[in-house]
Write a protein that binds this ligand. Structure first.
Ligand code: NAD
Ligand code: IPM
Ligand code: MN
Length: 347
């Protein structure tokens, strides 16, 4: 089990540090951890947010545990040098196209979400976000028009094979759950979305046991707070999935709880909390490491087939929460390390 640990910026190293402690506590006899620089930290050291040495490590391991990248002090750089290019580059270079972002309410947290408890209690959903295409990776620039005005543009596109492969991930995930798949798009306005919808419908013929529905993204944002219990698996594009998953995190209590897996074909995966580097709380022992710890559980499940170990970690997090352990994001005052200790004690 050769695992790269890329802590990155801000709270990234703090939360991955706790996830590593949990992994180590499992007593796996073949665990090998390799560290690497990414993001703003890598830029400041090597002049490159994703140095070749880091990429070489990424290509040599079985899985990656990722913290977060982002450094407001570097936002003036040309785009290809910005910290965020590290995560975008890894996703693209390693073909990590399928992003699983599950959201469920842990028992005891129903009163801590910003939804009413009876609404929040229903949430058990999985957002499957496409990660290699969309407006994220199209041609983009700020150009000067002939009349002298500046114009920014980003080309949005999806090729049918890109939609097909993520649709299959969505249908298969639904088969293993409540057999409901909701495809979220903006087909009433965007041609990219019309093709998305057409292809998802084509693929659905292979999954007659899954109930497929379609929803426009604006309505989906509304339904997610109105009646989130209606969703089982949601499949959507890169940008809509980014936005809806942050929203889903608040529906279950905090962004400090949401883990994710970015999967390639096969067993390679990158595992990271959905949150960012949180510069406002970095270095203050205020970050909730549970999202990172739960990401390590997803790694054991998806890259190493160690379901029992994954469940063990998830149960330890649930027990710590049930016992009242709360970071500042959940209205408590437990520090990062203290939360890590609580999870370890319940492992
Ligand atoms: P953010 O997710 O970093 O923070 C949003 C808010 O949530 C902040 O108030 C923060 O304190 C809080 N928060 C986030 N994680 C938390 C945790 N574990 N515990 C407690 N509170 C937590 O989003 P942002 O402020 O929009 O972005 C900050 C930087 O992170 C930017 O540079 C952005 O580009 C980057 N970013 C990176 C990733 C990634 O690496 N995958 C994801 C999102 C944002
Ligand atoms: C995420 C982040 C990234 C994204 C940024 C940092 C590039 O917001 O992982 O959710 O937009 O994918
Ligand atoms: Mn995001």
């Amino acid at each position: 089990m050769r695992i790269a640990v890329f802590g990155g910026d801000g709270i990234g190293p703090e939360v991955t540090g706790e996830a590593v402690r949990v992994l180590q506590a499992l007593g796996l006899d073949n665990l090998e951890l390799v560290e690497g620089d990414v993001g703003g930290a890598a830029y400041r050291k090597h002049g490159n947010p994703l140095p070749p040495e880091t990429l070489a490590i990424a290509k040599s391991v079985d899985a990656i545990l990722f913290g977060s990248v982002g450094d407001f002090g570097l936002d003036h750089l040309e785009r290809h040098l910005r910290p965020e290019q590290a995560i975008l580059g890894l996703r693209k270079e390693l073909g990590l196209f399928a992003n699983l972002r599950p959201a469920t309410v842990f028992p005891g947290l129903e009163d801590l979400t910003t939804l009413r408890p009876e609404v929040a209690r229903q949430i058990d959903l999985l957002i499957i976000r496409e990660l290699n295409g969309d407006v994220y990776f199209g041609e983009k620039a700020i150009r000067v028009l002939p009349d002298g005005r500046r114009q920014g543009y980003d080309i949005m596109s999806y090729a049918e094979d890109e939609v097909r492969r993520i649709a299959h991930v969505g249908f298969k995930a639904a088969q293993g759950r409540r057999k409901k798949l909701c495809s979220v798009d903006k087909a009433n306005v965007l041609e990219t979305s019309q093709l998305w919808r057409d292809v998802v419908i084509e693929v659905s013929a292979e999954y007659p046991d899954v109930e497929l529905s379609h929803m426009y993204v604006d309505n989906a944002a509304m339904q997610l707070v109105k009646n989130p219990g209606q969703f089982d698996v949601v499949v959507t594009g890169n940008m809509f999935g980014d936005i809806l998953s942050d929203q889903a995190s608040m529906c279950v209590g905090s962004i400090g709880l949401l883990a994710s897996a970015a999967l390639a074909e096969g067993t390679m995966g990158l595992y990271e909390p959905i949150h960012g580097s949180a510069p406002d709380i970095a270095g203050k022992d205020l970050a909730n490491p549970m999202a990172a710890i739960l990401s390590a559980a997803m790694m054991l499940r998806h890259s190493f087939g160690r379901e029992a170990d994954a469940v063990r970690i998830e149960a330890a997090v649930a027990k710590a929460l049930a016992a009242g352990v709360r970071g500042g994001d959940l209205g408590g005052n437990a520090g990062t390390r203290e939360i890590g200790d609580a999870v370890l004690a319940n492992l």
